[in-house]
Design a binder for this molecule. Structure first.
Ligand SMILES: Cc1cc2nc3c(=O)[nH]c(=O)nc-3n(C[C@H](O)[C@H](O)[C@H](O)COP(=O)(O)OP(=O)(O)OC[C@H]3O[C@@H](n4cnc5c(N)ncnc54)[C@H](O)[C@@H]3O)c2cc1C
Length: 369
């Protein structure tokens, strides 16, 4: 007979799936529920960073990701359409075991789900949590279909609009920016599949990242995306388009009694730096260690999770906010600086590498104690 679940995982996004996998590997029985009836089809996060690949190495998922993913080898930087500099990151010199690779989030989630199936765990879909309460000894979750679940621990990986965060009445302080940003996945002739392209122009910015084959991810603001492309590029099918606003927020605390929050439920920020999904997987890794120890008889370990993750996540949100703030500043002085600072950085490897480490998830250690 299967052991009864010790952790109810709410949300089968990257954070919830990774938590389920890391806990299963530690021998903790889990149950995963998700409100959606089907897995994600849209490809939100694209960059899987070296930190995530390192954390997932022992699960076998890293090898699967590397077999499918595309490495980004070259990044061309432009200012108002004029070439500024070209970056070719040397991952090994930055201390990474793996490069930064590109894989649509839907595929990363599928590979995590496949690995989880090896532990006989499958996300239960169409099961939404609607309410949650707890005592000193247990958590009670109410689901939309009327089921009531009593569980020793609950992991909230239920995304930016987290029902659990709201039910706990947790503050989610931060700010949002008014200008609309656009995201588009489009077929383009003009770049190679391992190349990225950025134009910091005087009305905003355009970022073009490899997606898969001829398809590229375009993100930007201030001007219609396609108007900023070089005239000799050809645009084919547009597969997906989404308009969004950027907010930066970190929940006031990530542990409340026997409930812990992770991923977008706990922190949101701009896609610059590609940290969203990766940071949630880091949370999941640390949570699994803390929760397993708690269930093994170390009562302080759930509070450890908050102590270990909250300052790290808050610092990343702040760093990404400052980085995005520089890009979105279109004042004449900022525009002038965008034309002079990037080429300077190529002569200041220390400063350049510090920036690259943010995107690679190597700007802080991932501690479980
Ligand atoms: C348009 C867009 C583009 C993005 N681009 C990037 C990018 O380029 N790089 C990057 O790193 N990040 C990007 N992100 C962010 C990234 O997708 C998120 O950081 C990541 O998905 C967070 O993972 P998560 O598991 O915390 O939450 P989610 O992926 O949001 O998963 C939450 C899950 O919880 C489920 N759920 C919600 N409420 C309930 C409930 N009450 N009961 C049960 N289940 C529930 C949902 O159905 C969902 O499956 C992008 C996001 C968007 C929207």
């Amino acid at each position: 007979m299967r052991a009864s679940p010790q952790v109810l995982i709410v949300g089968a996004g990257p954070a919830g799936l990774a938590a389920a996998l890391f806990l299963s590997r530690r021998g903790v029985p889990v149950r995963v529920i998700d409100a959606a009836t089907e897995p994600t089809r849209t490809s939100k996060a694209l960059g899987v960073n070296p930190r995530t690949l390192h954390l997932l190495e022992d699960t076998g998922v890293t090898a699967r990701i590397l077999a499918e993913a595309q490495e980004m080898r070259t990044l061309f930087l432009h200012h108002n359409g004029e070439p500024l500099t070209t970056f070719r990151p040397d991952w090994k010199a930055l201390g990474a075991d793996h490069p930064m690779v590109i894989l649509p989030q839907a595929r990363t989630e599928a590979l995590l789900t496949e690995a989880l199936a090896g532990f006989d765990v499958a996300p239960e879909r169409g099961k939404a949590l609607t309410a949650v309460s707890q005592t000193a000894d247990a958590v009670t979750a109410t689901l939309a279909d009327g089921e009531t679940v009593a569980t020793p621990l609950l992991f909230a990986g239920d995304g930016a609009h987290s029902t659990v965060r709201k039910a706990l009445d947790l503050d989610f302080p931060g700010d949002g920016w008014d200008e609309p940003w656009t995201l588009m996945d489009a077929d383009i002739d003009g770049l190679q599949p391992d190349q990225g392209w950025i134009d910091l122009h005087d009305e905003g910015a355009l970022i073009v990242l490899p997606f898969s084959g001829r398809t590229f991810r375009l993100i930007g603001f201030g001007r219609p995306l396609l108007d900023s492309l070089p005239p000799d590029w050809t645009v084919g099918t547009i597969h997906w388009r989404s308009d969004f606003h950027i907010s930066h927020r970190t929940v006031e605390r990530m542990t409340v009694g026997r409930i812990c929050l992770a991923g977008d439920a706990a922190h949101i920020h701009s896609p610059m730096g590609a940290r969203g999904m990766n940071l949630g997987i880091e949370d999941a890794f640390v949570y699994a260690a803390c929760a397993a120890d708690f269930l093994g008889g170390e009562p302080g370990r759930l509070e450890d999770y908050n102590r270990l993750r909250h300052p790290v996540d808050a610092a990343v949100v702040d760093r990404v906010r400052r980085l995005t703030g520089m890009v979105r500043n279109t004042s004449p002085l900022a525009d002038w600086l965008k034309g002079v600072v990037p080429p300077l950085l190529t002569h200041l490897p220390f400063a350049l590498n510090a920036g690259l480490r943010v995107g690679m998830g190597l700007d802080h250690p991932v501690r479980v104690r």
